[in-house]
Design a protein around this ligand. Structure first.
Ligand SMILES: [Zn+2]
Length: 59
């Protein structure tokens, strides 16, 4: 799984002029509002998990 995630818009001002920051891994800088932020992968959500066991005899 790739750790790279590129944002398309600045989460603060919505501008698209983003560039990778040297602050660290996953850090980005917005040239429009001069904000630096960092993306972090928190984990997978537990929802939308479907059961695969189809007990045909239960009906
Ligand atoms: Zn911005």
């Amino acid at each position: 799984m790739s750790e790279r995630a590129a944002p398309f818009y600045c989460p603060y001002c919505g501008d698209e002029d983003l560039r990778p920051s040297e602050q660290g891994h996953g850090a980005w800088e917005c040239a429009a509002c001069n904000r630096a932020f960092q993306l972090k992968f928190l984990g997978l959500l537990a929802r939308n998990v479907q059961r695969t066991d189809t007990g045909g005899d239960s009906i």
